[in-house]
Design a protein around this ligand. Structure first.
Ligand SMILES: *Cc1c(COP(=O)(O)O)cnc(C)c1O
Length: 350
């Protein structure tokens, strides 16, 4: 890995961050706060929230078994994705490399930040070779994006290839593990301290059942986390979100129950879905969704919309011709999907 100073944009490395009232005073004993031009009425929403989310981070640290200095919290993982572009990639100069197909936000953030986005096609099993990603990179490649379990394919990426990328790439590897709670293998978080060039992304939006509160997590070395903290909006995670996430983290057992029943439903739904006339293939999945190749993705998608059931048509994505991405719902929701598809006849829908 190059030094963090070489990887960081010079203006960011030299940036003196905005210092908020709550940054300058963070002791607990004071009871009279006349420093932030807040309204003294309307407790508790009158006060600015903790800019560095100390209480929430200490709970997340114990759930995820990392140190608080290794945690960045943002307005969804999407904020963390955008910030890594802004921290490391000089617009019009630097580039990033990513597997293809994968989560669409990496490319959107690259485009917004005017950073060249280089895609490397996965193989027919949706796997990558570290050597291919390295071959696509050059001295201006700051980041490589991986997603495991991958969206929209559902599979986890080969661990050996991830290790060789981590040891051979000179820049930073961003590993998006939004679906790791549904996978059969451990998170790379366990090995965070061994890889100074690794950023792992987790989210409250999937297994944690909290997409509405917008809370994403990035885990990395304290040096990388400090850079992200320096450029984020001062109060990027609002009080309501911090509060709800604290309540949620305290009932972690609930999340484990949800995951267990979703995994059972995944197995049942896949078994029954594969028996449908319209199903040609179901790809292996370790997420809370599966990718299915069907006889005619567009026609089936539109038929399901008429029945009030929305799935994701991925037919225009690389390697996903005629594929639908289907999220695992509750048992009645999954049954509604199966029933509708049993009634689907291609001729009738034309
Ligand atoms: C859903 C998803 C996320 C979550 O994004 P949030 O902004 O945290 O809601 C991140 N990465 C991938 C690959 C996803 O599919």
């Amino acid at each position: 890995m190059k030094s963090l100073q070489e990887l960081t944009r010079p203006n960011i490395w030299n940036l003196k961050p905005y210092s908020s009232a709550r940054d300058e005073y963070s002791g607990a004993e004071a009871s009279v706060f006349l420093d932030a031009n807040e309204n003294p009425y309307n407790h508790p929403n009158n006060r600015y929230p903790d800019p560095l989310q100390h209480e929430l981070k200490s709970i997340i640290a114990s759930v995820k078994k990392v140190r608080t200095e290794e945690i960045f919290l943002g307005n969804g993982s999407d904020e963390a994705i955008d910030l890594v572009f802004r921290a490391f990639c000089r617009p019009g100069v630097d580039n990033v490399v990513a597997i293809d197909p994968t989560y669409g936000m990496y490319q959107v953030c690259a485009d917004v930040n005017d950073v060249e986005y280089r895609k490397v096609l996965l193989d027919k099993d949706f796997q990558f070779k570290a050597a291919d990603l390295l071959a696509a990179s050059d001295e201006h490649t700051k980041l490589i994006f991986l997603c495991s379990p991958n969206n929209p394919t559902g599979n986890t990426l080969n661990r050996k290839e991830i290790y060789s990328l981590l040891s051979d790439f000179q820049g930073i590897v961003v590993l998006d593990e939004a679906y790791i709670d549904f996978a059969n293998q451990p998170s790379f978080l366990e090995e965070l301290s061994e890889h100074p060039n690794l950023i792992v992304l987790h989210t409250f939006s999937k297994a944690w059942g909290c997409a509405a509160i917008r809370l994403g997590m990035a885990f990395a070395s304290p040096q990388i986390i400090q850079i992200l903290n320096k450029i984020k909006y001062p109060y990027n995670v609002n009080r309501l979100t911090q509060h709800e996430a604290i309540l949620m983290s305290q009932k972690h057992y609930e999340v484990q129950r949800w995951v267990k029943s979703l995994l059972e439903e995944r197995k049942r739904l896949i078994d029954e879905f594969s028996a449908l006339d319209c199903c040609l293939h179901i790809y292996p999945t370790e997420a809370n969704f599966f990718l299915a190749k069907v006889t005619d993705a567009k026609q089936i998608y539109e038929y399901l919309v008429q029945q009030g059931i929305i799935v994701r048509n991925r037919t225009h994505i690389a390697l996903c011709h005629n594929c639908l991405r289907i999220t695992i719902g509750t048992r009645p929701e999954n049954d509604a999907l199966l029933e509708a598809l049993k009634q689907f006849h291609p001729s009738q829908a034309l």
